[in-house]
Design a protein around this ligand. Structure first.
Ligand code: SF4
Length: 345
């Protein structure tokens, strides 16, 4: 007789991990964004968030496709390029009971969407904002984005000469109240940071270094994108994308770790030490700047402020979601309208 199948682990809602999954990913195998999606599924499951209470938002880019690969039972809106923050703000104002989760890329956030990003941060809109940061525009074949480091080279060997925008330092300066940086391959750290972000009431900005593997193919390979393009007569535009294994790392607080990416480039991670106090804005920005000067990527929860009012608190919104208020409460009476008109005369 076959052994009984053990019950899959349920959370406080009686839901299993599968209840938080989405469609099958169409991103490149080994893309860091897939690992981020997996951590989002785990974090939402472990925190017992009802999937139907989550609203997913994204813009345009490979990263912005990823909400299709988690939380298929949640609300979702794929906005215009760089315009996710205003859509998310509107939706969360209309229904304050939703758990907002935005997923964007470094191009979507730090270039075309930078204007929207800064206003979301300064308003402290209660939502989780994940930047899947790979320093390139993956969807349009690997141009540098505004977060690429000086000296970083493209697939064609051109070195980036422009200084990067540090989205974490910017978010801290602007007023975000939970700011952290992680690496898609650091499962444990990213999961903990996502869980902290879910529990936070205010804007939680997580910049996740998430490597793009597609632009690592080399000229000598007969299965490379360049080779296929030179030796094929395409009947329509199609790209070959090599498959790479996910990169996973584990290292201790306070330690540095050098990670070799698929193309041989190296990422020097430094995890914040135990005892680091994330409540000091000035220290957080200084640590970011010092790490950058040493060529390191500082990871961990950099800054937290639990006392600042969220955008919804500042607007003194009614407890009842605006979207659910009955018409008799939102439509001014004739007498009130007459009074307003009289004041304007
Ligand atoms: Fe990920 Fe790069 Fe492939 Fe886009 S092109 S799915 S960013 S690996």
């Amino acid at each position: 007789m076959a052994a009984p199948t053990p019950n899959p682990r349920t959370n406080r809602l009686g839901l299993v991990l599968a209840d938080y999954k989405g469609g099958k990913s169409t991103l490149c195998a080994g893309c860091g964004h897939n690992a981020v999606s997996e951590r989002i599924v785990e974090a939402m499951h472990e925190m017992g968030v009802p999937p139907e209470r989550v609203a997913k938002f994204s813009g345009i880019g490979c990263s912005s496709k990823s909400p299709a690969y988690f939380l298929s039972r949640s609300h979702a809106f794929n906005a215009l390029h760089g315009r996710m923050p205003s859509v998310a703000t509107g939706a969360l104002l209309a229904n304050r009971t939703l758990v907002g989760l935005g997923v964007s890329g470094d191009g979507d956030t730090a270039s075309i969407g930078i204007g929207q990003f800064v206003h979301l941060m300064r308003r402290n809109v209660p939502m989780i904002y994940v930047i899947e940061d790979n320093g390139v525009y993956g969807l349009t074949k690997g141009q540098f984005s505004a977060t690429a480091d000086v000296g970083s080279t493209s697939k064609s060997g051109i070195a980036n000469e422009l200084p990067p925008i540090d989205t974490c330092a910017l978010a801290i300066e602007l007023g975000a109240t939970f700011v952290g940086r992680s690496f898609s391959g650091d499962k444990r750290q990213l999961l903990s940071m996502l869980e902290g972000a879910i529990a936070h009431h205010g804007t939680a900005l997580l910049d996740v270094v998430s490597p793009c593997v597609t632009f690592n193919d080399h000229e000598g390979s007969t299965k490379s994108y360049a080779y296929m393009k030179d030796h094929d007569e395409p009947i329509h535009e199609i790209s070959f994308v090599p498959a790479f294994e996910d990169i996973a790392v584990e290292y201790d607080p306070g330690a540095t770790l050098e990670v070799t990416l698929h193309d041989g480039s190296r990422l020097l991670l430094r995890k914040l030490e135990e005892g680091y106090d994330p409540r000091d804005k000035v220290v957080a920005v200084r640590r970011l700047m010092e790490s950058r000067a040493r060529g390191e990527v500082l990871t961990g929860v950099l800054y937290v402020d639990t006392a600042a009012p969220s955008f919804l608190d500042a607007l003194r919104l009614a407890d009842c979601p605006l979207a659910l208020l009955p018409e008799r409460e939102v439509r001014p009476t004739r007498a009130v309208l007459d009074e307003v008109m009289a004041e304007m005369r």
